[in-house]
Write a protein of this length. Structure first.
Length: 397
């Protein structure tokens, strides 16, 4: 085997290890639909990657040149279709979602059937005994559209699937409750986008081959993009499982806590300048504790300034904030600014105090506030505070 094939087998082995982790989980959760589709996705991806280094031996064993390439194409389509169905099931499992999953599976089956039907239409350009085939050069070179029309069909279907999968994964990452799950989903989206680059590079190589131009550089790029895309997707799909054991979740939580502290610090400073009694001592050093402390002290600041937040001013602020980016955060930021200015001016508390819950809670209609959502809400207010100079409202007399 060539060094490239050995490297491909090593990558495939790593992929099998990551896939085995998910399959082991499935054994104990056979009714878990998302997990079933996760295992299907990873198994199909891993099989597709495994086919690459053994393609010459597989063609020789089956007696058909190019059958390994067609098999890899079919497995890749199954993987992206199952991945799209997985994202749908992670978002919802209502009748509409299940219908979409059935539609995805039917479309994937039709795509695979079309490739299987088109594959035998083009005669093999070389004999299996040809030196060009036995030297592995055939498998490292990109075929022309005339030599492999099924590959053109595969690339068109794959491009359609990866665009939809990238959109679905990006949307799901925004609502994922666990940080590792969000990171894993974003890695899947990144891997899928790399897969889109693979589609473009592969098409470019096929066009170049059809006009007789050299495709050596493009062939190497295609292989690299293919392997990187698969590895990225597999790591993203398995990191929620092995991440906690490797301490990735603690590292990620610490990094996110540091980021949140940086985002909250300007808002906390504004609060502290107006009501310095919110600061508690000693200051925690650990980032996650520091994030909690900043959040609590900012909320305390809102409570202490609430006597200077009037319902009349809130109505005026809401009227002027409509149409602006993130209007609810703009209202909370402007009410804070008005309250601070009234307090510093020595004005007495207002006669018509506003209900401050809509200023301090991202979801005031819910009974319990989510800690992560609370932090994100305050970070939105801090961001608006930096650009609220354009919001002008009349202060109550």
């Amino acid at each position: 085997m060539t060094p490239v094939q050995v490297a491909q087998l090593a990558v495939a082995l790593a992929c099998w290890v990551m896939t085995a982790i998910k399959i082991a989980h499935l054994v104990h959760r056979l009714r878990d639909r998302p997990l079933i589709f996760m295992c299907l996705t990873q198994t199909a991806i891993t099989l597709a990657l495994t086919v690459q280094p053994i393609a010459p031996q597989l063609d020789q064993a089956l007696g058909v040149l190019g059958v390994s390439r067609a098999l890899g194409n079919c497995l890749a389509l199954v993987a992206v279709a199952a991945g799209h169905a997985l994202i749908i099931l992670l978002t919802a499992q209502d009748p509409a979602a299940l219908r979409q999953v059935r539609h995805d599976l039917a479309l994937a089956a039709a795509s695979v059937a079309a490739i299987v039907a088109v594959f035998p239409l083009a005669p093999a350009p070389y004999d299996l005994a040809d030196h060009y085939v036995r030297s592995i050069a055939y498998y490292t070179a990109t075929p022309t559209p005339a030599e492999a029309p099924h590959t053109v069909l595969y690339l068109i279907c794959l491009g359609w699937w990866v665009v939809h999968l990238a959109i679905a994964a990006t949307r799901y990452a925004r609502i994922a409750s666990r940080p590792l799950l969000a990171v894993g989903t974003r890695l899947i989206a990144a891997g899928v986008l790399i897969g889109l680059a693979y589609v473009v590079a592969k098409l470019a190589a096929m066009i170049a081959a059809s006009v007789g131009a050299s495709t050596v550089v493009l062939d190497q790029l295609v292989l690299a993009l293919y392997v990187v895309a698969i590895l990225t997707v597999l790591i993203g799909g398995t990191v929620p499982a092995w991440g906690p054991r490797a301490g990735v979740d603690r590292l990620l939580d610490s990094l996110l806590a540091r980021r949140d502290c940086r985002r909250l610090r300007p808002l906390w400073q504004i609060m502290h300048d107006a009501v310095p009694q919110i600061a508690l001592r000693p200051r925690p050093v650990e980032p996650r504790l520091r994030r909690i402390r900043l959040t609590v002290e900012i909320l305390d600041g809102y409570v202490l300034l609430s006597p200077w937040m009037s319902a009349g001013a809130e109505q005026e602020v809401r009227r002027h904030a409509s149409g602006r980016p993130d209007p609810e955060a703009a209202v909370a930021a402007r009410m804070l600014t008005l309250a601070i200015s009234l307090k510093r001016a020595g004005r007495p508390p207002v006669d018509d105090p506003a209900a401050i819950r809509s200023f301090v809670d991202a979801a005031p209609g819910e009974h319990q506030a989510n800690a992560a959502a609370q932090v994100q809400w305050l970070a939105r207010i801090a961001r608006v505070m930096r650009r609220q100079a354009g919001i002008r409202v009349r202060q109550p007399p």
